[in-house]
Design a protein around this ligand. Structure first.
Ligand code: BGC
Length: 373
């Protein structure tokens, strides 16, 4: 009798562990296979026009959206800086004009047959304020307003991404904050799928720290720029020493890394470069890394996407960049992970824009497994 009971308890316990936690409809995940990031439109605006009507109405055009669609992308990730929206909401029209610009952008995307990830993408100082509980409440309130506004929009093709790269160094705190924000969105948008991330930089190790949230209608996200020393060589943001790293090839070799290290002023930074060479980064090393994220999702029975990956195009050798994009994209697809490359026309982009006209870079399009229209 005791044995039978023990077996039953054991069976129940193992069922509890393997029961699916997610109820994201497959039809929705099918819209998120091949995406591109629309940057510098509603967030990180470097255009001298700033966050203005003129900028919003001209930065990304219907021709851009048509080009994205015709190249075979099925969705875009639209970065939105919450701060100017919050400011606009303090105005007399309670943000109606600002929402109008965002609505027009979202409508243009959806009308072209694409899906859209509405990605909350603030600057670092905004994210730092999330260490204050009262600011978390304000941000939750803001998300409630945004989610309520879009709650009548097609839940099959509109997705809410809570926060890009939270930059929160305490992952336990982020877990609590993310739970609060998910609840706020869910209160007003019962049908929409939410995209949730790990703390800090959305790296794969940030994500695998996470315990899945209680909400079943959630997709989990990570970003993939590994190894940063290659993808962000010459970059003037992020780690300071990246600006000294030039001519680092992919796949990596000790000989090339030693040569590049010679041009890096500080000894610890030289060591990072030498390590990159010794670590033999190639397709199988990348796949081993992505497999860790895929494995976390499999074990937790949750869907997973990677909505940023790419190489700074003014840093790496163009052919190495293409090899890296091909290897990452192929690995993501092998693990059935929907992806979105960073970005459309920015410094990691798939097009070059001149006088408002976009030209697709054929090698990047092919590295993404897509074909030229
Ligand atoms: C940041 C961008 C940056 C990109 C690659 C994004 O998450 O918002 O500013 O260019 O990552 O580093």
């Amino acid at each position: 009798m005791f044995r039978v009971l023990a077996i039953l308890i054991f069976a129940a316990a193992s069922f509890a562990q393997t029961a699916p936690l997610t109820y994201v409809p497959a039809s929705r995940l099918a819209h998120l296979r091949h995406g591109i990031n629309l940057s510098e439109w509603f967030a990180q605006v470097y255009d001298p026009k700033g966050y203005t009507k003129e900028h919003f109405e001209t930065w990304t055009t219907p021709q851009d959206i048509a080009l994205i669609k015709s190249a075979g992308f099925d969705h875009v990730r639209l970065s939105v800086n919450p701060q100017p929206m919050m400011d606009a909401m303090q105005g007399q029209d309670h943000g109606a004009e600002y929402f109008g610009y965002l609505d027009a952008a979202m409508k243009m995307i959806l009308d072209a047959g694409l899906a859209v990830q509405l990605d909350m993408h603030p600057d670092s100082d905004f994210k730092a304020r999330l260490n204050d509980d009262e600011f978390v409440e304000r941000f939750a309130d803001f998300w409630r307003m945004v989610a309520r506004h879009y709650s009548s929009w097609d839940p099959e093709r509109v997705f809410f991404e809570i926060l890009n790269e939270p930059e929160m160094h305490d992952p336990y705190r982020w877990y609590g904050v993310e739970t609060k924000l998910t609840t706020a969105i869910r209160q007003v948008a019962p049908a929409h799928t939410i995209i949730a991330s790990g703390a800090n930089w959305d790296d794969d190790d940030d994500m695998i720290f996470l315990e899945p949230l209680r909400d079943p209608n959630v997709i989990y996200v990570f970003h993939f720029y590994e190894p940063h020393i290659f993808t962000h060589q010459s970059a003037t943001w992020g780690e300071y020493y990246w600006r000294w790293v030039k001519g680092l090839h992919y796949p990596s070799s000790p000989e090339n890394a030693a040569q590049v290290a010679a041009g890096v002023p500080e000894a610890p930074d030289r060591l990072y470069v030498i390590r990159y060479g010794q670590d033999h980064w190639d397709a199988s090393r990348i796949d081993a890394e992505i497999n860790q994220a895929a494995d976390w999702a499999r074990r937790n029975h949750v869907p997973l996407i990677c909505n940023e990956f790419g190489v700074f195009r003014y840093g790496a050798d163009p052919q190495d960049r293409i090899r890296w994009i091909t290897d990452v994209r192929t690995s993501l697809e092998r693990h059935n992970i929907g992806w979105a490359m960073w970005d459309y026309s920015g410094s990691f982009g798939v097009v070059t824009k001149q006088n408002g006209k976009a030209t697709l870079d054929e090698a990047t399009v092919r590295a993404l497994g897509l074909s030229m229209p």
